[in-house]
Design a protein. Sequence first.
Length: 344
Amino acid sequence: MDIKKHLLFLPMLLVLGLDTSTACTRIMHVDQDNAVMVGRTMDWKEDMKTNLVVYPRGISRSGGKDANAAQWTARYGSLVATAYERISSDGLNEAGLGAHMLWLNEADFGKRDEKTPALSVALWVQYYLDNFKSVAEAVQFSKSGKLQITPMFHPVTQRWVQVHLVLDDASGDSAVLEYVNGKLHVYHDKKHIAVTNDPTYDKQILNLANYTMLGGDKPLPGSTSPSDRLVRATYYNNALPKASSPKEELSEVLSILNNAAQPYTLPSEKNPYAAKTIWRTVTDLTNRIYYYQTTDAQNLVMVSLDTFNLKPDAPIMQLDLVRHPEYVGDMTAKFEPLEVKATA
């Protein structure tokens, strides 16, 4: 299956985080008796037309319009939540690796070096899901410098897409990849259970130690700022009771996401792009099950990646949630083949 131009240039490209109000939260909970589950919120000011898509192995892709764009063939099948039709913003692969794109105002991918193969930031999540089976493997590759992430300028908003990448796997490993001033910073540790947005992750780690039950004596903060959400998510994750089943663990992770969610709010002069939590996901990396829930419908959709045909030349499958917001429960059987047209 050759769709090298797929996922490359979209007029509505991932308008994730056009200002400081755009936000997301990721939390990882490791329960040795149940599962490694990762929850994340997607906070944005409008409907991103999100669908769920399953990609088989063997898809050939290209990394963008830049000269010397990376070329690769997917080693692993994956299940992703899309943004604006085709951007993979969140998901997991068949090996149990999860990848999540979150906004970071300080992100700067540096000056283009055409000697190094380029990968558009729009394909960052999909590249890692296509190619790696674990966080350790992905981190090792990232540090090798064999690939350069290239920025994307959004022509409508006249802003650059600025994000960092969060990785996790079924072993409970975790990593945050950030580019600042053109340099890659990797924070690789199972202790990194919560991630939000600015400031950079090194400063977020230092801030955690100021709060009660996390090393300091400050009371639990209550605002919706990235730093406060990260503190609360970490605190409540550590305080979770032992789950009696994967179902109960799922409920616990959702409770943390609800605590970190951005409420509905009106734009103001100070915050003209006020964002709300539009959807949340929980990824069961142990059992390769994906849960998706919108704020509007509140319907919890469940999909099992293991039930799909992920062999090369198998069809790309999509669950159309844009046209069917009423879907709820196990929707694995509702996926339909997706006809993908290459972009010239």
